[in-house]
Design a protein around this ligand. Sequence first.
Ligand SMILES: Cc1cc2nc3c(=O)[nH]c(=O)nc-3n(C[C@H](O)[C@H](O)[C@H](O)COP(=O)(O)OP(=O)(O)OC[C@H]3O[C@@H](n4cnc5c(N)ncnc54)[C@H](O)[C@@H]3O)c2cc1C
Length: 365
Amino acid sequence: MGAGIVGLAHALAAVRRGLSVRVIDRDAQANGASVRNFGFVTVTGQQAGDTWRRARRSRDVWAELAPQAGIEVAHRGLVVAVRRPEAESVLQAFVGTEAGAECRLMSPAEARERVPALRADGLRAALWSPHELRVESRDAVPKLAAWLEHAHGVDIRRGVLALGVDVPAVETTAGRFDADTVIVCPGDDFLGLYAARIAAYGLTRCALQMMRVAPAAPMRLGAAVMSDFGLVRYLGYSVLEPAAALRRAIERDEPEMLEHGIHLIAVQAPDDDTLVVGDSHHYAATPGPFGRDDVDGLILRDLDRVLELPARSVIQRWIGTYASADDRTVLIDRPAERVRVVVVTSGTGASTAFGIAEDVVAELT
Ligand SMILES: Cc1cc2nc3c(=O)[nH]c(=O)nc-3n(C[C@H](O)[C@H](O)[C@H](O)COP(=O)(O)OP(=O)(O)OC[C@H]3O[C@@H](n4cnc5c(N)ncnc54)[C@H](O)[C@@H]3O)c2cc1C
């Protein structure tokens, strides 16, 4: 249940094990976090352990299926371009960790060779990670679904709300379906199936403001770009000892960035010059629908410090929400012998779903 990236990843893992799969989704088209995100398949910076392992595996699955499913990889790799000495210390510590083994520090000049749009002024150092890739989610998720249908015989039913599960029966607004095994992937809707069980985990929701930015002149970004602020949010960096000093420096100089949970990510579309830029983080059980212009302004302030994009314009704005938990990056619950509830409880579903799904389906089969 659920045709977001988590549900589709489970469908793929199941057909690869020879199972016959039906996916049901209440919406007429993908409309949740999976099409509102950056499409940034992030490895470097993920929490050590299962999350990092699943991110590496998911990146490989994306790379393998993209050409088969007609999904274009817009760019590969990540440049974390930093301005503060404290941020440089975090990067130095990071390259000494297991996760940093294939990453390296770059001088500002080297960084600008990789990403010519990086602003030289104030750029202190940069990290290069070769691991990441970027897809345009609003196209990639529908293409993935279409490929699962045509190449793997997955039966995707849209406009169908799941009402209840009692294996083998799945009651829906389109009648009863039968299934040996049910995997429930509801995204950040905690009030549908297994609401009481999900409530026991104390999840909340996170709302993020996002923008599409059009450069005035043709340009290629070359890699995903992040700045100092990502180093106090992504768990793979923020647990490192020098990150505490960086957080204090940001608290002192730009507390508003922490207040709104802002960290800069900029990625580019495969087929035009536009950039997807974000984001902010506001937590609530029911996030409000109203975006804040001042929050977008803070995100753009950092964008303009990091990238040189003269006369750029914002051509689209949207809000996305995802499930969030303090104590885990994913919730895998087992309400019955042949039922699993899988909710990615961090902003990492595009990066980890294929790895999570392989683990869940392997355990079930
Ligand atoms: C703005 C933003 C930026 C992000 N950036 C990144 C990023 O760069 N990299 C990254 O890895 N992750 C990122 N994420 C996180 C990632 O997008 C999510 O973790 C992931 O999309 C969650 O996928 P999902 O399939 O669980 O949820 P969804 O995409 O929300 O899909 C859930 C589906 O379940 C369906 N559904 C729910 N209940 C029912 C029911 N009862 N019956 C039928 N259907 C039902 C819904 O209709 C929906 O289609 C970001 C998220 C946001 C919001």
